[in-house]
Design a protein around this ligand. Structure first.
Ligand SMILES: Nc1nc2c(c(=O)[nH]1)N[C@H]1C(S)=C(S)[C@@H](COP(=O)(O)O)O[C@H]1N2
Ligand SMILES: [Mo]
Length: 407
């Protein structure tokens, strides 16, 4: 006897008892289910096509999300690079766009396959049981991910948990469940797609045939595309006018682009205006040199066009002028530097500090900027000095920089 067969012999009596217990209701439910499944919009082809569209969105969303997570919390084996400068902008734009696209597809798919939940016996064998149980983390996880993701891009944090950690952990569980689901459904998906015919999942005389399959898929896909168009202007600037649902638009805010954390929120309104503002460069806890803000302003300046690409999906290209981080490190006599920790005046908060690895801090366009688009930085954008570096999540573009710690 194989292991699954032995397991089944063990659990089958319990399953059959449950089935007997619910049988008075199940016969009526079965009839309702079979009527639904006879409608094309509850059929196998809809399930397969929406499944593929949704699976593709989830895959892109997962890979780009994983990348963003690795960049922000790099394990020892992972090194992010400063080039190409706009890559993160594209990957994170895709992350949010595919997440948004999956919302209508997810609800259409759930609505379409809902009658299939009602099956008797509850499961045929242990593998079938596993597949059915995996629907719980799959559906629950998918809903959790889109709800928390949307709340996040809307800058709404009603959660008790730390968003990136919770979103990441549930993504891993959901993708595991998706793997099981794809494995379980791949044969039937291939079959219905190859057949091409419109065949209902169950052949019974339909009492009521609802709208067609094509219309149903059409509405789902069009809603998905519409929702993407209504938000993607937050990163694809030419589309900003039609992106009426975009939480942020790249052309709105102080100096013509969004502000993540204001100077008031960061508690730096007075300290950032101090005429004695200075930047300390130290190696570990050993002080190497202090630059006053006037010394920095008198240094050779470099100008570069670089995006701010927020994790929340909005991004904007701007022209920045400032001093190269590598020049400051050299002037301070930094010597052989593995990484640079860039620290803010801001006292608390998770984003008061970010790390530049060797490739990042040595890049010619990694700057402590004093100007944006030819104007002195506004307080909310990090006056008098902020980090701006190529190919970097917005959360790592530290504002109100006052210290560099080399190690
Ligand atoms: N000190 C500090 N710097 C910070 C942040 C912060 O909270 N504190 N937020 C970051 C985030 S999340 C983004 S997207 C960018 C946005 O820069 P901007 O406000 O100038 O557009 O600043 C980053 N720099
Ligand atoms: Mo951000």
């Amino acid at each position: 006897m194989s292991a699954p067969t032995r397991a089944l012999a063990f659990i089958a009596p319990a399953r059959d008892r449950v089935d007997r217990l619910v049988s008075p209701v199940t016969s009526r439910v079965t009839r309702w289910r079979d009527e639904r499944l006879a409608e094309p919009k509850h059929g196998d082809r809809v399930a397969a096509i929406l499944g593929i569209a949704l699976g593709a969105c989830f895959m892109i969303c997962f890979v780009t999300g994983l990348l963003s997570h690795l960049i922000q919390h790099p394990p020892t084996w992972f090194t992010w690079t400063a080039r190409p400068a706009g890559l993160y902008r594209v990957t994170q734009g895709l992350h949010v766009a595919t997440g948004v696209a999956s919302i209508p597809l997810l609800f259409a798919k759930l609505w379409s396959v809902f009658p299939r939940l009602f099956q008797w016996p509850l499961f045929k064998d242990p593998l079938h049981l596993l597949e059915r149980l995996s629907l719980l983390p799959l559906v629950g996880g998918a809903i959790f991910l889109v709800v928390t993701g949307v709340a996040n891009i809307e800058l709404w944090y009603p959660w008790v948990f730390f968003f990136p950690a919770g979103h990441y952990a549930i993504a891993i569980v959901t993708m595991g469940a998706l793997f099981i689901h794809v494995y379980a459904k791949i044969r039937i998906t291939r079959r219905v797609l190859r057949r091409g015919a419109i065949e209902p999942a169950v052949t019974v005389e339909p009492t009521r045939v609802g709208g067609g399959r094509r219309q149903f898929i059409g509405v789902a896909v069009a809603s998905s595309a519409g929702l993407v168009l209504a938000t993607v202007g937050q990163t694809i600037s030419p589309l900003r006018k039609i992106s009426i649902l975009a939480p942020r638009r790249p052309d709105t805010g102080v100096q013509g682009f969004p502000v993540n954390k204001t100077a008031i929120e960061a508690g730096v309104t007075n300290t950032a205006q101090d005429p004695n503002y200075s930047v300390i460069v130290q190696r570990g806890s050993t002080m190497l040199r202090t630059f006053t803000i006037d010394e920095i302003r008198a240094m050779p300046m470099r100008t570069a066009t670089l995006p701010i690409a927020c994790v929340e999906g909005w991004s904007a290209n701007r022209v920045w002028t400032g001093v190269q981080v590598r020049a400051l490190v050299e002037l301070a006599g930094g010597g052989d530097v593995g990484q640079v920790s860039v620290e803010s005046l801001q006292r608390g908060g998770r984003y008061r500090r970010s790390i530049l690895n060797r490739g990042e801090y040595t890049d010619e366009d990694t700057l402590l900027a004093v100007m944006v688009d030819g104007e002195s930085l506004a307080p909310d954008h990090g006056y008098p000095l902020r980090l701006i570096a190529p190919n970097r999540p917005g959360v790592l573009q530290t504002k109100w920089v006052t210290k560099l710690v080399l190690s």
